[in-house]
Write a protein that binds this ligand. Structure first.
Ligand code: SF4
Length: 321
């Protein structure tokens, strides 16, 4: 089966000010990422804050242009599509439903807005479609005339999902869609996303720092560290037998009393490195208990695991001895 959405050598750099009298530094937010997602799959992308996952999400949506590489949907580069075609293919659901929805606009106008922007349907048809989508995400039509500011966080995220689906997209890029919500509401939103995936044959790219959430929803998982994918595998295989030491540390963090707050202190005494001055060789080597001499000088490529499933960027996997 061919990929529905692909990232090919996707790279994004930013110039970062280092102070009034110092030269600007280059930050590789995303560095040479190759990923592909087949129709109907859910690709979970996980990693700590600053690993590049949100920049990657914005490039997949066409909101941030890549410095190098491209995003393709059904083999067509995103930059070759006009705005309407892009909106019909891929839509976002962002983290914070409080800031992503205008609190003064009515729910109905928020949901039908993408249709109006792209000149789709009459106003009556747009209204009907918006009410239909609100029903699909579990919001009664009596709420259609209320402003977003009157809704709870969970209801707002349902509105954001309805707005994403009103264009009938093929791919939905969800960037931390539940992390601003109460735990009890998170499960409802995840279940809703899974139901909608089945009903509309959606393909998701699901960004999260929380492996427990990703385990619930993903069919494949990519683990990112310092702008690169360090492990990629089917979700079941990755959770059963994580290969990369960083993935192992992330999984260990799920077992801490406060899951999802980043990787635990592994006794290494080092926090996430400065992305404008990344470590030599493997970017994880200052924090890795299993590092080899070669890890400090040579960056491992993302290659097939030596047990035959998935991809991993780690010298240990090259050297089973
Ligand atoms: Fe650790 Fe070396 Fe593997 Fe990097 S390449 S994760 S430092 S063992």
């Amino acid at each position: 089966m061919s990929a529905l959405i692909e990232a090919v050598g996707l790279t994004r750099t930013f110039e970062v000010s280092a102070g009034m009298f110092q030269a600007k530094r280059l930050l590789h937010a995303v560095n040479g990422v190759d990923l592909s997602v087949e129709r109907g799959d859910v690709l979970g992308i996980v990693g700590e804050s600053g690993c590049g996952k949100s920049t990657l999400a914005r490039m997949l949506l066409g909101l941030v242009p890549p410095t190098q590489g491209s995003v393709r949907i059904d083999g067509i580069a995103l930059e070759r599509m006009d705005r309407r075609e892009r909106a019909r293919r891929v839509q976002p659901v962002f983290q914070d439903p409080y800031s992503s929805l205008n609190p003064r606009r009515t729910i109905q106008s928020i949901v039908e807005f993408p249709l109006a922007v792209h000149g789709i349907g009459t106003s009556a048809q747009r209204r009907e479609r918006a009410i239909e989508m609100l029903a699909r995400v579990g919001l009664p039509d009596r709420l259609a005339g209320q402003s977003a500011g009157q809704l709870s966080g969970g209801q707002r995220q349902r509105v954001a999902i309805a707005r994403a689906l009103v264009m009938n997209p093929e791919v939905v890029v969800c960037d931390e869609p539940t992390s601003a919500l109460d735990v009890s509401v998170q499960a409802q939103i995840l279940n809703l996303l899974m139901d909608l995936r089945r009903e509309f044959n959606l393909t998701y790219v699901f960004i999260s720092h929380n492996l427990a959430v990703v385990e619930h929803i993903a069919t494949q998982v990519a683990v990112m560290y310092l702008g690169r994918v360090v492990e990629f595998n089917d979700a079941k295989a990755l959770f059963a037998t994580p290969r990369h030491p960083y993935t192992q540390a992330l999984l260990a963090s799920v077992l801490t009393p406060e899951p999802g707050l980043g990787i635990p202190d592994m006794g290494l005494g080092l926090s996430f490195p400065d992305p404008t001055n990344p470590p030599s060789g493997c970017g994880f080597h200052p924090r890795c208990r299993q590092r080899l001499a070669v890890c400090e000088t040579q960056m491992p490529g993302l290659l097939p695991c030596n047990n035959g499933t998935g991809l991993v960027a780690c010298h240990l996997d090259r050297d089973p001895a």
